[in-house]
Ligand binder design. Sequence first.
Ligand SMILES: [Zn+2]
Length: 234
Amino acid sequence: MLPDLETLLIVQDRDLRILALRKDIANMPRMIEVAKTRLNGDQAAVAKAKEAFQANEVLVKRLELDIQTRRNTLQRLRTQQFETKKNEEYQALGHEVERYLGDIGRLEDEELVFMEKSEQLKAALTAAEAGLRRTQELVDAELKQLEERRRNNEAQIAELESERRTFTAKVEPTLLAIYDRLVKAKQGSALVALSAGQCKGCHMKVTTSTILKAKTDQEITHCENCGRILYFDD
Ligand SMILES: [Zn+2]
């Protein structure tokens, strides 16, 4: 094999690794999005639990207000009853007092039911929040791993690029330019084996003269189908 091609094979090995690492980095925003969508379900569960708890709290508060209003009225009725001199009015006020006491009792029973429900809803909300926190921790860990992977990839790319420079310095500039163009165009291998009469880049049969040219190993041979640089390998 021509010495330049041997060197280019090493360059290509670095280039393919750099390409794979860059592809992985390019994929990361999508992976970050996927990781974050894992929170959606838990966030919705917390919002729903919070809404149910708050709606119930509103009912408890409303009942408390109703009870307080009736207690105030009750207080007023008792004062009136205490102050009246008329027996008939005293009796009537007594009935009113009874009626209000009954109302307050019923409302307090009702409030108790809602207060118990509030406790259950509060517990459900706390559980949903804990679930969200657990998922958040997992997602945070995943995001941290992705960030480490990105940094690691970049460090590897820098190292491979430095190695690449050492080898490209040894390659004839015109050939290197051709190689660079091909790598870019093919987004992969630019230098491929010619084996059993077939180009290993495009998997097409090449002509006999191309096989002979590659076999003679005197000058750079291209695949007439895909243009990749060929090295004879049989
Ligand atoms: Zn080809």
